[in-house]
Design a protein around this ligand. Structure first.
Ligand code: SF4
Ligand code: SF4
Length: 390
């Protein structure tokens, strides 16, 4: 695609990156077939191709309107389009740049600004979120929290850090405890670092991009002593949404002279839990019932990891039911379910229908888990909880 970027961005790192991405797009439209928002809304401007066109115009200096921003806001950042694209267009990187430009050139109304500011401020405060959740539970307005099994005392020479995350410790403390127990059984001690909070994804994807980078730097600072001393062989992510963000630190902090090297080291050490736990490390089981695995977009598209969780569940004795349209987003997408409830709930209904009627639904991300559970009476669990049965 021919591009002529405007002076305000052409000679910046973002401008150069955006131009290289835009030039790869041949406008073939293959990506529209796998875009969830295009499938729901049927508008080409709510497809990857349409959004790429809108961003190209914005970066070329054309007038940017609230309509431009709305079409970018409606994107789930699921990156199904990247998996589909035959030309290797890195849509996810382009939309980060495009959104920052469009945000700077438009102004949201006061209610929308307040709503986004509250989400950016509140969700990453784990204690505050936990207190609010407990109040919500008292009035039956929030999901119940399953108690966590005991966390094993670190005893192995093989050690890995695990990210606690921001909302997961309050919503599902059972997930990291299950990961620690299963890995302990396999000869690896999992430890959480003091002061390790949000990965930065929440603020970054709400378009508070610099504030999101502040969260990333803070998390690197919390992990750095253990990494620098060589005490850990990996940093494990039990939420694929956090994993995709931390694996991208090397890119997101590449222009920060104080953090670029550290960020690259952290990204290189980061693994999804399904990358460190292999079927050979767990005991074979049988007749555990049927499970439908909902692979989060951040796992299958963002990290390009497929089939690993399914292999673990099969070894543990679960029978996996086939899932139609498994590439499609469930509609959770971070804060998307709160900001675009109608599209989000439509995608959730479609996803639950395609998951069928298994004994249990498994997933790999706390956002998807909570979102799916709010739409079904069938149990929805993180897959590691299904393995924590010794
Ligand atoms: S992003 Fe890829 S699939 Fe979509 S229109 Fe461009 S080249 Fe085609
Ligand atoms: S990231 Fe997902 S929602 Fe956004 S354009 Fe690509 S396929 Fe569509």
């Amino acid at each position: 695609m021919q591009t002529e970027l405007a002076d305000f961005i052409r000679d910046t790192p973002e401008g150069r990156e955006a131009e290289a991405i835009l030039r790869k797009c041949v406008h073939c439209g293959f990506c529209t077939a796998t875009c969830p928002t295009y499938q729901v809304l049927g508008d080409d401007l709510d497809s990857p191709r349409g959004r790429i066109y809108l961003m190209k115009r914005a970066l070329e200096g054309a007038e940017v309107t609230e309509k431009t921003r709305l079409h970018l806001d409606r994107c789930l950042t699921c990156r199904a389009c990247e998996t589909t694209c035959p030309s290797g267009v890195r849509y996810g990187r382009l939309v980060d740049i495009g959104r920052a430009v469009v945000e700077a050139k438009t102004r949201r109304g006061p209610i929308e600004r307040l709503q986004r500011a509250l989400l950016a401020w509140g969700l990453r405060r784990t204690r505050l979120f936990g207190a609010a959740l407990r109040v919500g539970q008292l009035f039956g307005l929030a999901p119940r929290t399953r108690p966590a099994n005991a966390w094993p005392v670190p005893r192995h020479t093989r050690k890995m850090l695990v990210l606690a995350g921001c909302v997961q410790p309050a919503l599902a403390p059972s997930i990291n405890a299950a990961a620690a127990r299963v890995l302990d059984f396999a000869g690896v001690s999992l430890v959480e670092a003091e002061g390790a909070g949000c990965c930065g994804g929440i603020r970054f994807h709400l378009n508070y991009q610099e504030e999101g980078r502040d969260d990333m730097r803070a998390l690197i600072d919390a992990w750095w002593p253990a990494v620098q001393k060589g005490e850990v062989e990996a940093i494990v992510m039990t939420a694929s949404g956090c994993g995709v963000t931390v694996k991208d630190y090397a890119h997101l902090l590449a222009n920060d002279p104080h953090y670029a090297d550290k960020a690259a080291r952290i990204s290189a050490l980061t693994r999804d839990l399904s990358e460190v736990l292999t079927p050979e490390m767990i005991a074979a089981g049988r007749d555990r019932g049927s499970v439908a695995f909902q692979s989060p977009c951040t796992l299958q598209h963002g990290q390009q990891l497929r089939g690993k969780v399914e292999a673990l569940l099969a070894k543990a004795g679960y029978s996996l039911v086939p899932v139609a349209d498994a590439h499609l987003c469930c509609g959770s997408a971070g804060t998307y379910s709160l900001l675009h409830p109608a599209i989000s709930q439509e995608l959730r209904s479609r996803k639950l229908a395609s998951l069928g009627t298994p004994d249990v639904i498994a997933t790999a991300n706390i956002g998807c888990l909570t979102h799916l559970q709010s739409g079904t009476g069938r149990p929805v669990r993180h897959w590691i909880e299904l393995l924590d049965v010794q």
